[in-house]
Structure formats: C-alpha cells, structure tokens
Design a protein around this ligand. Structure first.
Ligand code: NI
Length: 191
C-alpha cells in the first residue's frame, strides 16, 4: 500500500466531475490496489473521508471512516466504508450547520448547511450493491465526500464566510459551541 499526495484547493483536478467506475475496472487488481491506497492515504492524514479525486484520480470512489478521530474528536464513529458511484438523495428538507474541514483545504474550516437524512445507493469495493439511510453528523460527512465527486468543495457551500476559521481559531473560539450542537444532533439522530 502507498500514501499518495493529496491535491490542494487551486488544483484543477478538484474541480472536475469524476466519472463513473465500471464493474469491469472495479474488479481489476490495479483498481483494488488503488482503493487500498485511498484508504491508506486517508488513515495517514487522519481524514474522516477521502475521495479518489483528491488523490488526482477523477473517478467516483470515496472512502469514509471515523474511529475516535483526532481531527474531529466529537464525530460519531463510522466503520470503514468504500462507496463506488454513490448517489445521495435527501429524505428531508431539514438541514443543520456542520463545521467542516477538508484535507484539500489546509488549515481552514467553515459552516456548511447539510441535510440531516439521506438515502445512499452505491456499490461496495467488490461491486455489491449498498443501500442505506444515514443521518445527522454522519450524513454531513457523506455529503462532503460525494460533493468532491462533482468538483465541489465545502468552501462553495459556506453561507456565512464570517464562519471561516483556521484550525487553531476554531479550537479556541468555535469548537465548544459546535460540540454542543453536535451533541444535540447525535441525541436526535443517533449519529
Ligand atoms: Ni474534503
């Protein structure tokens, strides 16, 4: 496995629409190796998720995992998940404000509205269909990752640019209030 370089905001690859992956290519050892590298790179950077496009390959694959994450200590855990060709549908018009960061946007966070409940349809890394409903903070993480596949960054969805903060300033001035919000969301949605 290999840790691959992560594209930073300004790199044109992040603004592409990633293309769908065929079952045939998904089953190649090369693509399976690439998925291992995606997961390894996400772990190495302590990401809660990573899209293939962030490591310079514009195909519709994302990895997610939250396991007592030091970058996001308040996030509910998500088991290691690889989604191929994911499609998200909001199940409600209701949104919450998620304070997001991104491995492709170093040292900046900002508040982004995210749907509280989504249906997810995708393939797993072996091509088996995945169907599930995700809620709350976890739904925010899914939306952030799938946004990458359409060339969108969380920055594009920040409604109030005065919420932008470096990681230090977030910790010092915004984290406590946000953690209270997270607790309320987790209490309501279970994730
Ligand atoms: Ni990101």
């Amino acid at each position: 496995m290999a840790v691959l370089p992560i594209a930073h905001v300004g790199h044109p690859v992040l603004r592409q629409r990633a293309r769908e992956v065929t079952l045939e290519e998904l089953r190649t050892p090369e693509l399976q190796q690439f998925i291992d590298d995606l997961v390894e790179t996400m772990h190495h950077a302590n990401g809660a998720g990573l899209a293939a496009i962030q490591i310079h390959r514009a195909i519709r694959i994302v990895a997610l995992e939250v396991k007592d994450n030091p970058r996001y200590p308040y996030k509910p855990n998500i088991p290691l998940t690889v989604l191929v060709n994911p499609v998200l549908e909001p199940l409600t018009a209701e949104t919450f404000l998620n304070y997001e960061g991104c491995l492709s946007v170093p040292n900046l966070r900002g508040e982004v509205p995210r749907f509280t409940e989504l249906s997810v349809k995708a393939l797993d890394r072996h091509g088996a269909p995945v169907e599930r409903v995700v809620r709350g903070i976890t739904a925010g993480t899914y939306q952030h990752e799938v946004d990458h596949l359409d060339g969108n960054l969380f920055l594009d969805r920040v409604v109030d640019t005065r919420s932008l903060a470096t990681w230090d300033q977030f910790k010092e001035h915004h984290e406590a209030a946000f953690v209270e919000r997270v607790r309320a969301i987790v209490a309501r949605y279970g994730s």
